[in-house]
Design a protein around this ligand. Sequence first.
Ligand SMILES: Nc1ncnc2c1ncn2[C@@H]1O[C@H](COP(=O)(O)OP(=O)(O)OP(=O)(O)O)[C@@H](O)[C@H]1O
Ligand SMILES: [Mg+2]
Length: 259
Amino acid sequence: MAPAAPKLQVRGLGQRFDDIQALRAVDLHVAEGEFVAVVGPSGCGKTTLLHILAGLQQPAAGEVLVDGAADRQRLGAVGLMPQRDCLMPWRTVLDNVTVGLELAGMSRAAARDRARGELDRFGLAGFEDRWPTALSSGMRQRAALLRTFLAGREVLLLDEPLGALDALTRQRMQSWLLELAAAERKTVLLVTHDVDEAVFLADRVYVLSERPGTVVLEARVDLPRPRDPGVVVTPEFAAVKARLLAPLMAEGRSAEAAR
Ligand SMILES: Nc1ncnc2c1ncn2[C@@H]1O[C@H](COP(=O)(O)OP(=O)(O)OP(=O)(O)O)[C@@H](O)[C@H]1O
Ligand SMILES: [Mg+2]
């Protein structure tokens, strides 16, 4: 029997904005149920990549395959958590997280019932009737994640989902996100500029170069699951991290030299 096609795959992907070449010849894939991270420097095209995968932009070159097929409507298969949380200030927390369900045609009452059932797991219980401005930044990000989860897509694209957090909250949220992804058995592609976060969370990591972003390294992370926060001080963790950092550091040095 032929092996199953990856859930999500891109081949030869390129993107250009006027005179800026954002992405060049990007090849990557995510298997069903896999947690893959993409790391790369600021401006290398990570958000652009996710926007193309989500079907919000058409690439200048290359193709995106879902379950091995190019022509499938991607918008129905993937859910995107955007880099900024994009909570609507005029809607309460509950009415923000139900947006995807309502857009999919669910009645407001049924959408609210579904969301209420998840508030506790997302650490938002008791805050459902507040405005987004009354939330801490960690809560805002959990609300944005809940909105993406509730939309119920098979593949989750997460754009720096733990970006604007202090180190302690970020580390707690990483453990929480791991438990959530494992419980939901989702296929996840997460973008980050934080190598530690990529290694802690992912089964596999792709490193992108400076713009135009292209894959310069792919590494498997064979650390056992479930992962304890203490794993970050083990020699095994340090070894994977060193492999991923090497191409990023080399690029940084050549950029310095060119200045
Ligand atoms: N809609 C657009 N129009 C013009 N240029 C764009 C557009 N979107 C992105 N770019 C450019 O493409 C490049 C890649 O941007 P992108 O936002 O994908 O980077 P990123 O890796 O997500 O960066 P960061 O880590 O800072 O979020 C940048 O030079 C950016 O200015
Ligand atoms: Mg970005």
